[in-house]
Ligand binder design. Structure first.
Ligand code: GLV
Length: 309
């Protein structure tokens, strides 16, 4: 069996997978992307690579979001795709979101803004129990984040398209459920996949349903957010706008162009899509298990290209 790996630092993956699949030949796309492989384990493979790989029995997406892979015109039609589920990304993204929620709940944004004027002023503490957080998307990562925040003591509201139940989390679904959630939360976290039905879900209308002074954290996908509507909701300067601030990790265009006004908005914090890098050790365990299962013909939860996740 031959497994082709395509990702940055593919040699680390090659070593990790060789240990876990000792009978397989693991090659990287830098070494040889031409010889037909049985399985492709890849993050954002180029069309040229997919076009050459005509004998694949399965593709493993080396990340949580499959939007980039599904939009590749050279993606073969009848090859099953599986994706990583959490695989160590959940805890990393939960830490990122914790940082963001505390940044707003404990007024770090205001304290750092005061620092520019050497102003010493303490704001009254708002208890975690009075700081409801909304998590849009309750897939493996969204569910992990929602439950981590609930365990920290925040009231958490989760939202998914179809009904779900999660211990410790008030779950909402559908369009009405989204409006109910938006009206309640101080901080909104977006962890939905990028699909035709989620694109631009954070827009002028949904932003206007958030309470005055709410904040946004997006470690998910840039396409979920209508950037102009976000900028309008933030307002032009330090004090205006109904939205207090945003912590953003994912953007429609990455790297975020230097000319994008989000960079210089005083109440926007930007990170370069680092919230949930795929941890090789956890992920390699999952990739090896997925390949073994596909090889055995076990039934697996595969990606539905029409749903987009
Ligand atoms: C990263 O953005 C991922 O989808 O894993």
């Amino acid at each position: 069996m031959r497994v082709l790996v395509h990702i940055n630092d593919a040699n680390i993956w090659r070593t990790a997978l060789t240990k876990r699949l000792p009978n397989a030949e693991i090659v990287t796309s830098e070494g040889d992307s031409d010889t037909p492989a049985d399985y492709l384990a890849a993050w954002k493979p180029p069309s040229t690579l997919l076009e050459k790989q005509t004998q694949l029995k399965g593709i493993i997406n080396l990340g949580a979001g499959v939007d980039a892979l599904l939009s590749n015109p050279a993606l073969p039609k009848n090859v099953p795709i599986v994706k990583l589920r959490d695989a160590g990304m959940g805890p990393l993204i939960a830490d990122y979101v914790r940082f963001g929620v505390l940044y707003f709940q404990r007024d770090f944004d205001r304290y750092f803004a005061q620092q520019t004027n050497a102003r010493w002023h303490e704001f009254p503490l708002i208890d975690k129990a009075d700081w409801p957080v909304g998590v849009l998307g309750l897939g493996a990562i969204g569910a992990h984040v929602a439950q981590a925040l609930a365990a920290d003591g925040f009231p958490v509201h989760g939202w998914s398209r179809s009904p779900k139940s999660l211990e410790g989390v008030s779950c909402h679904h559908g369009d009405d459920g989204l409006s109910q959630l938006l009206g309640k939360v101080q901080t909104l976290v977006t962890l939905l996949p990028n699909t035709p039905s989620t694109r631009g879900i954070i827009n002028a209308e949904t932003l206007s349903q958030l309470p005055e002074g709410a904040s946004l954290i997006n470690p998910g996908r840039g396409a979920l957010i209508d950037e102009q509507a976000l900028l309008d909701a933030l307002g032009q300067d330090r004090s205006s706008g109904r939205l207090r601030g945003a912590l953003l990790d994912a953007f429609d265009e990455e790297p975020l162009p230097a000319s994008n006004p989000l960079w210089s908005h005083p109440r926007v914090r930007i990170t370069p899509h680092m919230a949930g890098p795929t941890p090789v050790r956890d992920a390699a365990d999952q990739v090896a298990e997925l390949i073994k299962a596909m090889e055995n013909g076990d039934s697996l939860e595969t990606v539905d290209p029409h749903a987009g996740y």
